[in-house]
Design a protein around this ligand. Sequence first.
Ligand code: CAA
Length: 259
Amino acid sequence: MSYQYILTESLSDRRVGLIRINRPKELNALNRSVIEEIITALQGFEADAAIGAVVLTGNERAFAAGADIKEMAEATAVDMNNRDQFSRWDVIKRFKKPLIAAVSGFALGGGCELAMLCDLIVASDTAQFGQPEIKLGVIPGAGGTQRLTRAVGKALAMELILTGRFMTAEEAHAHGLINRIVPQELYLDEALKLASTIAAMPPVAVQLAKESVLQAHETHLQQGLLVERKNFYLLFATEDQKEGMSAFIEKRNPQWKGR
Ligand code: CAA
């Protein structure tokens, strides 16, 4: 598969897929084609049983500096409503395998929202996160007002969204937006390591764990608890559950079959 705006790799020995957004001159601004290409790549990785987790990254200067302002600047409200471009991002949200953002440099506007759509975020110490849409006369439109608020709390989300200021990786880490900060030369390696650790886990349990954690994040508690409980019981239908528990009792390493 050849793409115009992304590069992809299958790191089969690690069971990890890698997607790099590749519009360096535009700081990886997310036009609609970039999002479509990411979706296509994710669908390929989802169908590939040899891949257990995916890392999404940009380059050292930018993860992504937002939705493509030039693509939207002249649009009317009716154009935007008809285009409904952010509904396509829901397809990324529905990706079933763990998706890890490896962020260096700018993760702004839609770039921050795309990172927040991922399940884990590994950041370089140069990363900057923000929702600066207010400075363009708009507001976050791909989930920022909701996901940032849930991740960092109302006080900081309100400040970032109303002032448009960027936050450093350290501030993002202190407020729970990201999992870890590493020196710039290591951020991608660290994300790949994390992905391969997860990819070595039993795949069905990983998928249902992800779905269950997202319920905590995106629904009310009672509904989330019900999904978690259902998924827990359901995993007893898998060979991996039998293998995992037997291996524990027999003091040996489990062999996962993904079923
Ligand atoms: N869309 C389109 N082009 C962008 C872009 C974006 N979001 N961000 C940067 N670019 C382009 C610039 O226009 C510039 O192109 P030219 O060389 O053709 O002029 C190129 O990338 C390099 O950018 P700068 O010269 O501005 O680089 P800088 O180092 O001086 O500044 C920056 C970097 C602070 C990130 C600055 O580029 C910036 O503020 N970008 C916009 C950030 C932003 O507002 N993002 C939100 C977009 S709206 C959105 O995302 C809505 C949503 O909720 C989904």
